[in-house]
Design a protein around this ligand. Sequence first.
Ligand code: AMP
Length: 403
Amino acid sequence: MSSIGAVTRQIEALEISKKINATGSSSSSLRLVHSKQPSQSNVSKLLTKFAAPHPFPNVKPAHPPSSLRNPTSTSRQASEPPRPKAAPSHSQIDIGSYDGGLEIDEEKRGQAIYGEAAEELALDSSVSRRFPTREWHLFDFDMGRPLGKGKFGRVYMVRTKAEPKYILALKTLYKSEIVQSKVEKQIRREIEIQQNLRHPNILRLYGYFHDTKRIFLMLEFAGQGELYKQLSKVGRFSERRSSRYIDQMADALSYLHGKHVIHRDIKPENLLLGIDGGLKIGDFGWSVHAPGNRRMTLCGTLDYLPPEMVEGKEHTEKVDLWALGVLTYEFLIGNPPFEDRSSVSNTYRRIARVDLKFPAHISLEAKDLIAKLLQYEPQRRLALSSALTHPWILKYRPRSGES
Ligand code: AMP
């Protein structure tokens, strides 16, 4: 049986080689969020009627330098797996059995919506780009095993019926529940942001479509599931494992900030793991596209909020640097640094005072990185470029050729 990882890598490799062939440099596809341009549809094309019938057998996987994939990054793509030699067939991959959950849901939940909200949520990637691509419908997929349940609907492992039978995660969102939660604009923004992002540590959104009640997102399949579950299972991660994740996270954030996207909701619950164990940022619910924009909305998760947000001040992309420090701490210690289970106001107070304590087992280098990220003054927080060359990150970064 072919591995899903091998197929996923082939999709990525093909995408990269297509970009380079089409543009001479893949960096041209890395545009600002919200701009529409043809190069964004490269992957959609792979999934459309315009794609070659079966692209894999004759394609040599490309190895572009990381700077081509991610021009804002200072570094390599350490998480990039070695490319497979043989081209496996997608149809051989076991996608598991479907539990009928979509039909069960459809009977129980969701009403049709009308008016402005219906327009806002009529989301279809086939028409959202300058050049229309193929339309997608639910019947274009073979349904596989359930992957999880989100706030607005279920997520399934699926395979496209058309050759070359791509493996994806299909996420459903009930429109009426989105409207009830008053997050139409936020969901739309999340989708718009995510569809424009191309980074190995950011979950790809290949396309989306809708019917009267639901929106369907065609997402990259994150084969190893939720990072949070793994953290809960083992309590805390080793220094090596934490450093590898933080390296990937810093690289992805550097890419996002280069496109003026602030994530604002970094936490283990929003991170998935790819088939090769690489970290994938998988939730853009709170992201803002803010070129030169200072924001004042209070959002995000309490434990990861920086002092400026706790104190209701304006904030910038530096909030993500703070959250990176909190994440590093939580990976190594097992809980966030300012957590106070007795009261929310105590947590706020500890954040505002940067009341940071380390257990004895944390290395000096890790402490140094965390302390440099968890600075009260946003301007004093370690820049991502410096985080990517910090000794604790370099110590565990595999040299090229190592995995
Ligand atoms: P969400 O609606 O994003 O919270 O997704 C619900 C659950 O589905 C998550 O907690 C994951 O376990 C799973 N899931 C979501 N997206 C994916 C994906 N792209 N690949 C694999 N599992 C996923």
